[in-house]
Design a protein around this ligand. Structure first.
Ligand SMILES: Cc1cc2nc3c(=O)[nH]c(=O)nc-3n(C[C@H](O)[C@H](O)[C@H](O)COP(=O)(O)O)c2cc1C
Length: 182
């Protein structure tokens, strides 16, 4: 069901000068509230990349995400790291072997990567791939979020990565992708 989407993504980027357009770049992201999704779509357009969305089997509702409530789902998972192993709808990326560059985008939750990303990186082998992390947050930096993900996989050539504010401008994101010289 994803092939139609990736074809239309590619056709939308045909006249973007920074695209490699050979389908060897993938943007994987998780976004609970849409901010990372917006950044990820700009990255994908600028890089001529395919997109894979990390989807929890039980998506987080607004109530689930209310970190000011000690009894919300996210607060309970934060307080109990053994409950952060969130089931995902799938971790299988079509044509995974064909990608040599993989962006991974996520929101920052309590200064770490939103944990639905953990199960994705644990389930996939990044050997031979360049991995470029990015995150969105209201104020926190990337911190050690990306190195923690790299340690979870133990594979892949993880680059330094980039933090964007939740409402990053399109040009900020485009300039960053251009600076990578993919
Ligand atoms: C549970 C939770 C914890 C958060 N923790 C932080 C944090 O530690 N530092 C920060 O700057 N922003 C934090 N935020 C804000 C998000 O990182 C920010 O809004 C992000 O852009 C959300 O991305 P999304 O819309 O793709 O889900 C938190 C948000 C939530 C829901």
């Amino acid at each position: 069901q994803d092939s139609d989407t990736s074809q239309s993504d590619l056709s939308m980027t045909t006249d973007t000068p920074t695209t490699s357009g050979d389908g060897s770049t993938l943007v994987v992201y998780y976004s609970a509230q849409g901010h990372t999704e917006e950044v990820a779509n700009v990255v994908a357009d600028a890089a001529g990349a395919d997109v894979f969305v990390i989807t929890p089997s039980e998506p987080y509702t607004d109530d689930d995400l209310n970190w000011t409530n000690d009894n919300s789902r996210v607060s309970i998972e934060h307080d109990n790291p053994d409950q952060r192993d969130v089931e995902l709808t799938t971790t299988d990326v079509p044509n995974w072997d064909s990608y040599d560059t993989v962006f991974i985008g996520y929101p920052i939750w309590w200064a770490v990567a939103a944990w639905p990303v953990n199960g994705f990186v644990e389930a996939n082998d990044f050997t031979g791939k360049t991995v470029i992390p990015f995150c969105t947050s209201t104020s926190s930096g990337l911190g050690s979020s990306a190195t923690q993900l790299a340690e979870l996989t133990g594979t892949g050539d993880w680059q330094e990565g980039q933090r964007f504010s939740s409402n990053a401008s399109e040009s900020d994101v485009q300039n960053w992708v251009a600076s990578l010289n993919l």
